[in-house]
Ligand binder design. Structure first.
Ligand SMILES: [Zn+2]
Length: 656
């Protein structure tokens, strides 16, 4: 903790319980301020003239979790400029405009601008007050504070304190009061601990989190004592936490939430909890009306479709950020030494080098045993010729912001997922898998659901064990059971979306790591994504194993796992890999030289098809049964065989 005297000087409002409002607000305690008087609104006709008295009702516009300022291809067309017009369509109500967090990221544009385009968006919307969301911290605290200073309204952060300054985190304030048409409104901004702990840019030890129920009660009752008629909590947390807040804090009258991208209205303990959708597609217009037994809340959902024209002023302001994106798209990421096959006809029916490249990066960036991607993710539908690879190419392949996650899957679920992947073959279905860390044979003539040749599935160098568990890197879309992957729905999450990079970010990080390895970047940090992919490490071990013991030297230098290879072999010989064995997913590399060789090879950017997904032909099946027979005779012998019998021309090759 720092020095409290200097800390308080920096805070934008005083310590609890003294209620001080931010310098940005209207602070007349009794009378209506000029800013909120109907005389200054664009059309006062439907707002009763109150001459300083309390009007019977007021209007609030609420929205949350907005990311893409560009309009969408399908209805609702949305987009920030159209959203502004929709907000303005209710200007005659002189509404209070409140925002529940998440605006700076993630979006493709924001990944280039650090959310700069949102400054004019927020200011032109005329937001009156906001709470921070988790993604507002994506570019770090300093960046957020910089943005906060340039927005024309206060941000609330009522229950998280920065230990260094003793103030609410990120230049936030504890509470805000507004005198709106004679209503004295108190606002608090509450967040949950769950997302706070996963913020990559904030050290959880350097902030103090106070439970939102305790702090909410404390601040709301203090606001009521100060004379507020009505207290609104702006929150950024999951709905069950909003429910807990509603159940436990009498002094809060209304909860306007975010974080969940749903349009949802709940009534808990006589209070309304509202989430107003996402991504500039919709917002809520609430009418608060004073009645004899309390305040009635009437809610209308406004859908931002093409019935609203985009606002010209905001559209103009945003055009320069579109230019920035345009320039960024021309940036060179690296240079491939082979063509990349992204054609739907290829990636939706077979293993491709593009799929292997992307899946290898998934595996490396999230440290998995297996990576599984539905090929529908890869959108370019073309061959990318070898040579320069630009950001535009990457964005053509991966235009969506796909969050990765790591699941714990049993061998059985993994097999079911592979079965689903090949179940529609040869239809060009997006569910067809691209993989890393796994290889298998499938028979297209088999019934859907039993096409994968059971004895052919290998995870790394070991045959799949149906009862073992594996770390599977995949994307949220598949975990949600889309594309038929419903076997993944109830798999435990080992690393959630907040703890994993976006897929396109992981790929960009890979190129950055290559630049760094080649000494082309200014910052040659050791903190970079691994260039050596786990599936490659398997191959490296095998190559080392293939060296005759006599040639290995007395040190028996080898790349091994954290458990001894001998025990791995002995369990494998009994026909199954123990779960202890499958739980070791990290490889300890004792031969640094080879590791560096692999890094050098990764820099050549020459992914290839290498027998991960193989169509069953008579020849392949025959080879497979021979292989299994040998395996049952001698595990050692089996282990010394080349890794890719299914594609005989390929020796195990750490290059790819
Ligand atoms: Zn959020």
């Amino acid at each position: 903790m720092g020095n409290s005297a200097s800390r308080n000087r920096l805070c934008r409002n005083k310590e609890i319980p003294t209620l001080i409002t931010s310098s940005k607000l209207i602070s007349s305690p009794v009378m209506v301020s000029a800013e909120s008087s109907p005389e200054t609104s664009s059309n006062g006709s439907t707002t009763p003239v109150h001459n300083g008295f309390r009007t019977p009702s007021i209007t609030i516009l609420h929205f949350n979790d907005v990311y893409n300022v560009e309009e969408q291809a399908t209805e609702p067309k949305a987009g920030a400029a159209r959203f502004k017009t929709a907000l303005r369509s209710l200007a005659d109500k002189d509404p209070l405009i409140l925002f529940s967090g998440d605006i700076l990221a993630p979006s493709i544009m924001s990944s280039f601008t650090k959310g700069e385009q949102m400054v004019p968006v927020m200011n032109q919307f005329g937001i009156h007050c906001a709470v921070f969301g988790n993604h507002d911290f994506d570019f770090g605290l300093e960046r957020l504070v910089d943005v906060v200073e340039r927005t024309h309204f206060p941000w609330l952060m009522s229950n998280v304190e920065d230990n260094e300054t003793g103030c609410p985190l990120a230049g936030g304030i504890l509470t805000h009061t507004m005198n709106w048409h004679g209503w004295k409104i108190g606002l608090v901004g509450l967040v949950e601990k769950e997302w706070l702990e996963t913020l990559a840019t904030i050290n959880a030890d350097e902030v103090t989190f106070t439970d939102y129920v305790d702090r909410g009660r404390e601040l709301a009752s203090s606001l009521k004592k100060e004379g507020c008629d009505y207290v609104i909590a702006l929150t950024h947390m999951r709905t069950p936490n909003d429910i807990r807040l509603a159940e436990n804090v009498e002094e809060i009258d209304l909860i306007l939430g975010g974080h969940d991208h749903v349009y949802e209205e709940l009534k808990v303990n006589g209070k309304t909890i509202l989430k107003s959708g996402t991504d500039f597609r919709e917002f809520s217009a609430l009418t608060l009306t004073q009645q004899s037994k309390g305040v009635n809340v009437d809610i209308k959902k406004v859908v931002v479709d093409s019935a609203f024209e985009p606002d010209a002023e905001l559209k103009e302001a945003l055009s320069k950020y579109e230019e920035i994106v345009g320039k960024k798209m021309e940036e060179d990421l690296g240079s491939f030494s082979v063509d990349l096959d992204g054609r739907f006809s290829s990636i939706r029916t077979s293993e491709t080098n593009l799929g292997n490249f992307v899946c290898d990066i998934m595996l490396a960036s999230c440290n998995g045993d297996v990576a599984l991607l539905n090929s529908g993710t890869l959108r370019s539908d073309r061959i990318h010729p070898k040579g320069e690879f630009k950001m535009r190419d990457l964005m053509t392949i991966l235009p969506m912001l796909d969050p990765l996650l790591v699941l714990e899957v049993t061998g059985e679920k993994l097999l079911a997922a592979l079965e689903n992947g090949v179940s529609q073959y040869p239809k060009l279905e997006g569910r067809f898998p691209q993989v890393a860390g796994v290889q298998f044979v499938f028979d297209p003539n088999g019934e859907p659901g039993s096409r994968v040749v059971r004895d052919s599935v290998k995870i790394g160098d070991e045959y799949l064990d149906l009862t073992s568990t594996y770390r599977m890197v995949t994307k949220a879309y598949m975990k949600d059971g889309r594309d038929g992957y419903n076997m993944l729905v109830d798999c435990p999450i080992l690393q959630d979306e907040e703890q994993c990079p976006m897929l396109s970010t992981a790929v960009q990080n890979h190129f950055t790591a290559i630049q760094s390895h080649l000494g082309k970047s200014r910052r040659n940090s050791i903190h970079r994504q691994s260039l050596v992919l786990l599936s490659r490490r398997h191959s490296l071990i095998r190559q080392d194993d293939e060296v005759p013991p006599s040639a290995r030297g007395s040190g028996h230098a080898r790349l091994g796992r954290s458990v001894s290879t001998d025990s791995a072999l002995s369990t494998a010989s009994s026909g199954s890999v123990s779960s202890a064995c499958s739980k070791r997913s990290r490889w300890s590399l004792s031969r640094q030289e080879s590791f560096h060789e692999l890094e050098d090879l990764a820099c050549k950017l020459a992914p290839k098809v290498e027998g991960r997904i193989v169509l069953a032909t008579d020849e392949v099946l025959e080879e497979l049964s021979m292989k299994r027979a040998m395996h049952s005779v001698s595990v050692i012998e089996e282990e010394d065989e080349p890794i890719t019998p299914l594609s005989p021309k390929n020796k195990p090759n750490p290059l790819t």
